[in-house]
Write a protein that binds this ligand. Structure first.
Ligand code: NAP
Length: 278
């Protein structure tokens, strides 16, 4: 089986650099999709309360027969629970729904700058971390100016910042800030939900290497040092996305893909997104 490299987080915890994302997998398909990914060899699953499939991820982890310690599971605090006590309760609920003992990583899903104070939310995350029921805590969709406040007003540095990154949104400023502060960057929607796969530059590089556009794009992320978790409910793609450790992109191909940046988001702008589920 292919060895997926680990990245060491700022508190010493190790996370597999390639995982499996379950956003937009309906709950009724999630158990089977997650079991399938675990069978292929994935040992890192990225879910969230917002995705409505934590229970099914937990079922798959329990039923897989794989040691709990060998699987890295991330979940996220949903947008309606930013107040201090709400965040504590929401974590308890996620842990109960997952039913896998501890969580490996818990993230604040969005900063919601127009809603409340994400610094207060982060203080609740610190309290959760102190309880020992999660191995690392982090944030998602935080811009450098949000992180600067966390850094200045609290004591635990986020282990991870999970943000949208792909060849059409290379997000260099956030990545540079993360690196400078010892925060690992996770790239969500790593293939831009499929939008980059027919890009002529990516297709040309893929053809030259005898690889697929998805493999070339994932390889580009991995060689930049980011953590990725592509989503697919298609077994052949789940296998294809895992088969990215037996080739390398030459520096020219890396630069050509990075040059595709056009600041194009597939998701909302974190500075403007303040949605709370009804
Ligand atoms: N923190 C956040 O705010 C946030 C936001 C979005 C996503 N995420 C995380 O990031 C993960 C990945 O992002 P994502 O699900 O938005 O998008 P993605 O992984 O970039 O793309 C998924 C889409 O690409 C297709 N696909 C996957 N592999 C393929 C391949 N080899 N060839 C062709 N098509 C392929 C999938 O189709 P099929 O499934 O039909 O095969 C699906 O439509 C999520 O699952 C979630 O864990 C986090």
């Amino acid at each position: 089986m292919t060895a997926v490299p680990n990245i060491t987080l700022n508190n010493g915890v190790e996370i597999p650099q390639l995982g499996f994302g379950v956003f937009q997998i309906p709950p009724e398909q999630t158990r089977e999709a997650t079991l399938s990914a675990l069978e292929v060899g994935y040992r890192h699953i990225d879910t969230a309360e917002m995705y409505g499939n934590e229970k099914e991820v937990g079922e798959a982890v329990r039923e897989s027969g794989i040691d709990r310690e060998e699987i890295f599971v991330t979940s996220k605090l949903n947008n309606g629970y930013h107040a201090y006590d709400d965040a504590l309760h929401a974590f308890d609920q996620s842990l109960k729904d997952l039913d896998i003992g501890h969580l490996d990583l818990f993230l604040v899903h969005w900063p919601l700058p127009g809603v409340g104070d994400y610094v207060e939310t982060w203080k609740a995350m610190e309290k959760i971390y102190e309880s020992g029921r999660v191995r690392a805590i982090g944030v998602s969709n935080f811009q450098p100016h949000h992180l600067r406040r966390i850094h200045g007003e609290t004591s635990v540095t986020p282990a991870v910042n999970q943000v949208e990154i792909h060849p059409y949104l290379t997000n260099e400023e956030v990545r540079a800030f993360d690196t400078e502060h010892g925060i690992a960057t996770e790239a969500w929607s790593p293939i831009a939900q499929g939008k980059v796969l027919d890009d002529p530059t990516i297709v040309r590089i893929a053809e030259g290497l005898g690889r697929t556009p998805a493999q070339v794009t994932l390889r580009w992320h991995l060689q930049r040092g980011d953590i990725v978790f592509p989503k697919s409910v298609t077994r052949s793609r789940v296998e294809e996305n895992f088969d990215v450790f037996s080739f390398e992109l030459p520096p020219g191909a890396m630069a050509d893909i990075t040059a595709l940046d056009r600041h194009e988001r597939t998701g909302p702008d974190p500075d403007e997104f303040n949605h709370i589920p009804g």
